[in-house]
Design a protein around this ligand. Structure first.
Ligand SMILES: Cc1cc2nc3c(=O)[nH]c(=O)nc-3n(C[C@H](O)[C@H](O)[C@H](O)COP(=O)(O)OP(=O)(O)OC[C@H]3O[C@@H](n4cnc5c(N)ncnc54)[C@H](O)[C@@H]3O)c2cc1C
Length: 288
């Protein structure tokens, strides 16, 4: 049963931020695809619900070769999945969205809501971390930009203050000779991942690894980078043996839990296998 609340519908971002500042006991709702579940279970009670879904000033996809990609917070998953400019410049984002939930959820759920919710099993965060993304958050006092890899602090927790909201996701341009790949393991194709692994790899003129970012979903209480695994790759000629070594390193450094979906041991195994596969795939894309 959903407890009573006062419904507020701001007409502008400024108005939304002032409502957040005025009401300590408030929650933002956008698509409601994550928020309404704990509300219906009675686990989350709030006095005010601030509905930002209609804020069209935050609903955009902008791309510029120098600046990269900018996604407004109320941009839906489906808009990202169907965007030609994203397909051309960040195909990994389209592939990720294609396996995120059902079309119905993608039609209504938003990128801002997904990242703010902070589910460690969420798909966008690991992919966006491999792409070096940042989030712009705003409050009535001003704005700040935070690297997504520094955004999460604990289970469903981020560095955002109560009076702040995500307004934009910023993704830098993909450097030349860089490839990125993401996959998740699940039993149903569009379920939340038991584990998700994103890898981006940049190679130099000789085919050696110039840079690597490996991000893991559902392999710790927050999305994390597997920095030891990245070190295995950087500066070396990339081979199947090296991808396997990176997988071993990622499995050793992650910190998964056991739950009804998988044991800790099985999750480590998945991290090992998927890191190896995604590193190889990212390398192949970088070489094209
Ligand atoms: C059946 C189902 C399957 C799903 N499968 C997947 C999946 O496979 N992979 C995956 O990644 N996700 C999955 N999800 C989660 C889904 O992607 C998210 O629920 C959705 O993107 C959240 O966006 P929303 O706009 O609905 O957020 P809401 O539910 O409206 O809000 C979620 C949280 O974010 C806060 N919030 C919302 N917008 C902002 C903002 N701009 N700034 C600050 N805080 C904000 C809210 O206060 C709330 O705490 C699934 C959800 C469902 C219902």
């Amino acid at each position: 049963m959903i407890h009573d609340f006062t419904y507020l519908k701001p007409g502008t971002v400024k108005e939304a931020l002032s409502m957040l500042a005025d009401h300590d006991d408030s929650k933002i709702v956008c698509g409601g695809q994550s928020l309404l579940i704990p509300m219906r279970q009675g686990l989350l009670v709030t006095e005010y619900l601030i509905d930002i879904k209609g804020l069209n000033e935050l609903c955009y996809i902008k791309y510029d070769a120098k600046e990269g990609l900018k996604l407004g917070a109320t941009t839906t998953h489906r808009m990202i999945e169907k965007s030609d400019v994203i397909k051309k410049n960040y195909p990994v984002l389209v592939e990720m969205e294609d396996r995120l939930a059902s079309v119905q959820t993608r039609n209504w759920g938003t990128i801002g809501g997904n990242l703010a919710h902070g589910d460690a099993a969420g798909d966008p965060a690991p992919v966006l971390i491999t792409l070096g993304a940042k989030v712009k958050v705003a409050s009535a006092k001003g704005e700040r930009v935070i690297a997504l890899e520094e955004f999460y602090t604990d289970i469903f927790e981020s560095v955002m203050e109560h009076d702040e909201m995500i307004i934009e996701v910023q993704v830098p341009p993909m450097p030349a000779k860089t490839g990125a790949a993401y996959t998740k393991f699940n039993l149903l194709r569009n379920d939340m991942g038991v584990v998700g692994v994103g890898v981006s790899i940049a190679i130099d003129g000789n085919g050696a690894c110039k840079d690597a970012i490996i991000a893991l979903g559902n392999a710790a209480v927050t999305p994390i980078r597997a920095k030891n695994a990245e070190k295995v790759l950087v500066g070396k000629k990339l081979t199947d043996a090296l991808f396997a070594e990176a997988g071993e390193a990622a499995a050793a450094e992650c910190d998964p839990v056991s739950d009804i979906h998988a044991s800790e041991e099985y999750r480590r195994h998945l991290v090992k296998v998927l890191t190896k596969r995604m590193a190889k795939k990212a390398c192949e894309q970088a070489s094209k």
